[in-house]
Design a protein around this ligand. Sequence first.
Ligand code: KMH
Ligand code: ZN
Length: 303
Amino acid sequence: MDDKVIITCALTGGMTVPAQSKAIPITVEQIVEEGIRAAEAGAAVLHIHVREETTGRPVADLDLFERVLTELSEHTDAVLQPTTGGGRGMTVQERAGVLKFRPEMATLNAGSFNFGLFPVAARDLPFTDWEREYLEGTTDYIFKNTFADIAYLAQRMRESGTRPEIEVYDVGQIFNLRQLVADGVLEPPFNLQFVLGVLGANAAEPDQLIHMLRTAERVLGRESFTWSAAGVGYRGEFGLVAMSLLLGGNVRVGLEDNLRLTRNEQATSNAQLVCKAADLAALFDREPATPEEARRQLRLAAT
Ligand code: KMH
Ligand code: ZN
């Protein structure tokens, strides 16, 4: 087990809408500020989406990505990990656009599924028309990551010198990876992120995490990957933090995945969620990895 734990902070995401929480950063300035504070609190990796600045709608706008990446790199040494998953309505080509900035890491999603956020639309929140439509429309939103899409994104990442973090949402996607290795599309060692708790994929339950971890060890080989877990929702997020700390994995927290600091209290910043993860890590005698330690563990090009 690596005593150091890499904390990734997923700052804003591409699936929630602003009415769910005032803390969700929207503008470039807010995303950058949140990223700096999260890194100061112990996050070694910042996972990044961007949003239209006037509405908060998730977008794949390259000008916004460029500004966020440039400003963050001027203020923090954290590993910057933009999404290639994007949000509803974006094509795979649009999602790949951010690779032109040659980030040292980016997400690569390991399979397709119906990414269902529609139950949120039934909550009593002051949704605008687009927000309600965005959430309700996920009854019919396939988060599309076909074998062809994955091959395309993997090739683009090779060209940009970007190391993929592979997002695995369900156990079957581990077998997708085995096929992608056989086809020469992907090559171990992998950095896996088990993302559990998305409706349409797997649940953020202890048994499911263990099952996915053991399956990855059996199918891909125990030495062929590092891993982290991200749970969606409050119980999912901190439940999986505790499990990963215990099992020797890394952790991801952040307002992309969860909006609450305690069961009854909204988080007011990403840094609060990072601090809570770091406090839990201390209870397990694990210290947050610095960005340099994270680069070494994740085998990023810069090391
Ligand atoms: N927004 C999504 C549909 C990623 O960043 O690569 C999934 C996602 C994954 O956020
Ligand atoms: Zn994301």
